[in-house]
Design a binder for this molecule. Structure first.
Ligand code: 5CA
Length: 450
């Protein structure tokens, strides 16, 4: 992509309405534009990162054996009357009437909708286990939308729902989700710690939230510092292996880690003092097991092995896809701008031409761009007739992890400069070697998506 042809409306001034760094940087980097309180348009750069994050989420869900579907944004209130949540959900639900006077709502979550699909089409225990998920816009009429995409009213969420014959099977689904979430966040360059939490309007007793530690986080958290040393890494996992998934859950949840909703001072005091931490965190996901709450209320049963109808055991599992952009930026930036982790960067590298209009420099940049693209990488080539300083500042602001700088002086010696956004370190090398290096760097970050 050539910057001269792209739409990247960067802001020179720091927007005064933004209180936290991720919101400021997303506005300054031209990623989003507010259209109403807590509702945003996603401009090209922001939309690209949103799609990258979404693809990683899909990749890991499909790997875990979960099946993607798409449910509507508008729902009929009738289903919610069946579960009893239409009244109970409260002011956060955006309600409306269609022209026939029927009560409708903008989906804040979809337990009822997916249970309705299940009861219409699944009747035997032989069709279990089943986990369906979607990535879809949600609306919650938050009383205080703030911090940009972090607490929006409209936001993008992955919501998955498991249907199982027994509690034991449903807890396996819970553990499977926990493992898939650990992998998902690590691929985005994040450490998200599972913490025991409160289930709120979704219901159920078993629930963990995943928190990214950040000063600007809205949740207060308490944990044993040992937990921050855990990493899932490149381990192989068989998602059908109940014991293996259970072992990962135990490894990642056996140390004290709770949000303020479930914090227990007496239990916390058992953690050696030197390891006790209280901090703030951003909730980027939550998993729930709530048994037969919805299947009882809505008559979602299957015929069990003995021929008798049994209500299915369910759980639901969410990832805050749009919130993740904010969380990643909070975790990865410096005074000059964003620093994208390789897994989610909107472009793989920037190309800066120090002397636009110089025949040799222009040709070298075009050749670099073409060879990167031929190898499946997406460069953003700043081909504008601007001062080098301005070009560097824009690249730093939008945070591409790698930059290739091309100038007549280097070209005389057959080299370009490859610079890491994270460390600021540069090396001079022939263009082909710079390309090969980028190919190697991005090799582990290939995403299959859906
Ligand atoms: N039905 C369940 C799981 S599918 C559910 O709705 N869970 S949730 O309420 O915890 O939401 C899932 C994730 O969505 C949260 O962990 C959070 O990361 C994200 N989220 C929730 N509210 C907002 C919001 N107002 N703005 C941005 N992201 C949000």
């Amino acid at each position: 992509m050539r910057l001269s042809r792209y739409f990247l409306p960067v802001l020179k001034e720091t927007p005064s309405e933004a209180q936290i760094v991720s919101h400021r940087l997303m506005l300054r980097a031209g990623m989003i534009k507010q259209s109403a309180a807590g509702i945003y348009s996603w401009l090209p750069l922001g939309f690209k990162v949103l799609r990258k994050i979404e693809n990683i989420v899909h990749d890991e869900q499909v790997r875990a054996g979960h099946i993607p579907i798409q449910m509507p944004i508008l729902q009929s209130a009738d289903l919610w009357r069946e579960s009893g949540r239409y009244e109970a959900y409260g002011e956060e639900m955006l309600r409306m009437k269609d022209r026939q006077g029927r009560d409708m709502l903008y989906t804040p979550t979809a337990e009822e909708l997916v249970t309705d699909i299940f009861r219409a089409h699944v009747s035997s225990y032989k069709d279990l286990p089943l986990t369906l998920y979607q990535i879809q816009w949600k609306f919650r009429d938050e009383i205080r939308p703030r911090f940009g995409v972090m607490r929006g009213r409209e936001f993008y969420m992955k919501d998955g729902y498991n249907f199982d014959l027994t509690k034991e099977d449903a807890l396996h689904a819970y553990n499977r989700h926990l493992v898939s979430y650990l992998r998902t966040y690590e691929r985005m360059g994040l450490q998200a710690i599972p913490m025991r939490a409160d289930s709120g309007p979704i219901g159920g007793d078993d629930t963990h939230e995943f928190l990214v530690l950040a000063e600007t986080g809205e949740s207060e958290v308490f944990y044993d510092s040992e937990i921050t040393e855990l990493k899932f890494g490149n381990r192989e996992i068989d998602y059908d292996d109940k014991a293996a998934c259970r072992a990962v859950l135990e490894e990642f949840t056996s140390r004290y880690a709770r949000t303020d909703e479930t914090h227990d001072e007496a239990k916390f005091a058992e953690v050696p003092e030197a390891r006790r931490r209280s901090a703030r965190g951003i909730e980027v996901g939550q998993i729930f097991y709530f048994g037969t709450k919805y299947s009882d209320a809505m008559g979602a049963t299957v015929q069990g092995p003995d021929g008798k109808p049994v209500p299915v055991h369910m759980g639901s599992h969410g990832i805050g896809v749009s919130r993740l952009l904010g969380a990643i930026i909070e975790a990865s930036h410096d005074e000059n701008g964003i620093i994208w982790p390789e897994g989610v960067t909107p472009f793989h590298c920037g190309i800066i031409n120090l002397k636009q209009g110089d025949e040799e420099a222009d040709a070298a940049c075009a050749a670099l761009e073409a060879s990167l693209e031929a190898l499946g990488l997406e460069p953003l080539y700043d081909d504008r007739k601007e001062r080098a300083g301005g070009k560097f500042a824009t690249m730093d602001l939008i945070g591409l992890p790698w930059r290739i700088t091309v100038g007549p002086r280097g070209l005389k010696n057959g080299v370009v400069e490859l610079t890491s956004r994270r460390t600021g370190e540069s090396e001079e090398l022939p263009p082909e070697e710079a390309v090969q290096k980028l190919v190697d760097i991005y090799q582990p970050h290939k995403v299959k998506g859906l």
